[in-house]
Design a binder for this molecule. Sequence first.
Ligand code: 4AD
Ligand code: MG
Length: 451
Amino acid sequence: MLVKKLKETYESLNEQEVVLQGWVRTNRKGKGLGFIALNDGTTFSNIQVVYLEGLENFDEVSKISLGSAIEVTGKVVVTPEAKQPFEIQATKVSVLGLCEKDYPLQKQRMGFEKMREIPHVRPRANTYYAMFRLRSVLSMAIHTFFQDRGFVYVHTPEITGNDAEGAGECFTVTTRSDDKYEKDFFGKHAQLTVSGQLHVEPFALTYRNVYTFGPTFRAENSNTIRHASEFWMIEPELAFADLADDMDCIEEMIKYCINYCLEKAPEEMAFFEKMIDHDCINRVTKVANSTFRRMTYTEAIEHLEKAKGQFENNDIFWGMDLQSEHERYICEKIVDGPVFLIDYPKEIKAFYMRVNEDNKTVAACDLLVPYVGELVGGSQREERYDVLTQKMADLEIPQETLQWYCDLRRFGGCKHSGFGLGFDRMLMYLSGVQNIRDVQPYPRTPRNLVF
Ligand code: 4AD
Ligand code: MG
């Protein structure tokens, strides 16, 4: 029986026999009896298995090491006066796989850094155990949110022939040891995608509302706590939508995901609150019930100018690319919550963003949140063929490889907008876990590829 099912039905199973499999989280022997905290992976909290001296292999059971896989046959006993609502009184305990002495997860807590060296066992440590279920729950939240609203899920390619969008450095995909890409597998230079956006836009001009959700790759050599070389991104694209519609969608999605995770992963969220970020549930609940502020880049620069001197980089001027410390100042000190920064100078944003009337700024929005900084980046897309191609020329982006993208503007193009949500950063935001390496099962960052 799965422990999850047992927890839901234990009252009706009182005094009945069940068979459970799982892993030993703790095993303590008392006088004439012992206790095993068993976890079978289906719920966050363990259940208590009690074994008495009368048990045939009592000595063997009392020596079962932490981490071992076992099968327990026993009676469900409802214990209204105890800490846990029920326990299992074992009649038979079999060892399925003993855990050997060099098992790295022992009783004393291990630091995050050490844990990153053992991605094959760390999911069994509480923080990761909670995180990787939350990852699964949040994935479902995303899909449910978009599917309920009729968005079509599009699988954009991981291997691309585009230089994409200048969003970052690309990884080359090759089977050669030289760089003669014309003789390579695809007969041309191929790369791992940095974003599915350009490939998803044609589908928005077909199905109206679409989204991608998959891994993206960036070879930026930025060794920070919020950048990974492989990360997951959700990229919705909405036809007949402007920047305000885009932001409405982002805001609704973030709130939906928060509520979904609080409802579907309550034990995990309670764990994060207890062990990682003591204000986490309150913090995200407040966000779910708030209205996100919208502020222009120009206003943000005014705030930053007033705070000059407080930053590592104090060279504040209109036109600068905001660094993480500046973004955090705006959302943590000025707003104290999520804030959309909009209308960025066109020079510091991607070529496809729609140029505003002022001809200086673009219809872009970055959602900044406390602790994490940039959580979402979005924009209204430039739908005017001439403006788009002129901009590409100005930025020296070769038009031939992106002619298909430009052509969308000639083949029934329309106003449209979209955004990218950093999935891993959303997990950091929900849990309060500070390093992206601790929200991904197998993090990939510069000079770090464990397994
Ligand atoms: O702002 P970015 O680069 O936007 C795009 O890629 C657009 N094509 C999105 C779109 O409009 N469809 O990335 C979007 C989000 C960021 O806000 C951030 O949350 C996350 O992706 N992100 C990263 N997360 C982890 N590691 C990295 N190296 C990241 N780079 C961006
Ligand atoms: Mg961005």
